[in-house]
Design a protein around this ligand. Structure first.
Ligand SMILES: C[S@@+](CC[C@H](N)C(=O)[O-])C[C@H]1O[C@@H](n2cnc3c(N)ncnc32)[C@H](O)[C@@H]1O
Length: 232
């Protein structure tokens, strides 16, 4: 879902070449990149669909796995989005969310380190925008940012989201926080307490039903992730 140029879709396909993958996005431009790759590599069983997420999720089709990679934060109501996705799951289906910003990105500590670790040009642009902001007396809400990126600005309260999902009968069986971005940032940020992105594996079944699977997934993540992260 919101799969853009198909990064996650191609990874899923490479994990299981026999699986059927549907790549959905509302941007034809992004999908074109995926279409070209499908053609060039003659990939079978990867359908590309131009549609809005909610409109696609209102269809009848069912899926074993629904992946949102760097996508949930594009929606004003992440809970409604994930609930709509859960209605499209097969019995043992799962939802995976990857790389969404937590509210940590709002904190001064995060902004300070982000500024310190950015390159010279980015620093200049930021300082200029602060002065413009001061002189115009604009409010943050009046700034010109794309509404579709609303949650990027505010960050998602992932712990509240996990709680609300549970109330809907959806269980975040794995919920983790980690840094994302340039490799050097992902190495430094955990030591500064800045695991600012989160991922969830969400199941419509109680976590107890999956206890062994969850343990296995957590151990595998610990072995394979190239940087430090936290389970929530
Ligand atoms: C940050 S990109 C992530 C793309 C891809 N998932 C990845 O990890 O590379 C977010 C994507 O969400 C798509 N998107 C945003 N709002 C959407 C909506 N309402 N319906 C479908 N796709 C949407 C955008 O077109 C964009 O391709």
């Amino acid at each position: 879902m919101c799969g853009g140029a198909g990064k996650a879709a191609f990874v899923i396909k490479s994990c299981d070449p026999d699986c059927q993958v549907t790549l959905v996005d509302c941007s034809d431009k992004m999908l074109d990149i995926a279409r070209q790759k499908v053609r060039k590599q003659n990939i079978q069983g990867l359908e590309v669909v131009l549609d809005d997420a909610f409109s696609f999720l209102a269809r009848d089709e069912k899926f074993d796995l629904i992946v949102f990679s760097s996508a949930v934060h594009h929606f004003k109501d992440p809970l409604a989005l994930l609930e709509a996705a859960s209605k499209r799951l097969n019995d043992n289906g799962l939802i995976v969310t990857i790389a969404d910003p937590t509210t940590l990105t709002k904190t001064r500590r995060y902004k300070f380190f982000e500024f310190m670790l950015s390159d010279k040009e980015t620093k200049k642009t930021k300082v200029k925008s602060w002065f413009a902001f001061k002189n115009n007396g604009e409010t943050a809400a009046g700034q010109d940012f794309d509404l579709a990126e609303y949650q990027t600005y505010t960050g998602i309260d992932d712990k509240k989201l996990a709680y609300e999902l549970t109330k809907l009968g959806l269980h975040p069986m794995v919920h983790m926080r980690y840094p994302a971005g340039e490799p050097y940032l992902t190495k430094i940020m955990p030591w500064l307490g800045l695991c600012w992105a989160f991922s969830m594996i969400i199941s419509p079944h109680q976590v107890n039903d999956h206890a062994l699977k969850v343990q296995g997934i957590k151990e595998q993540l610990k072995r394979e992730m190239p940087f430090r992260f936290q389970f929530c």
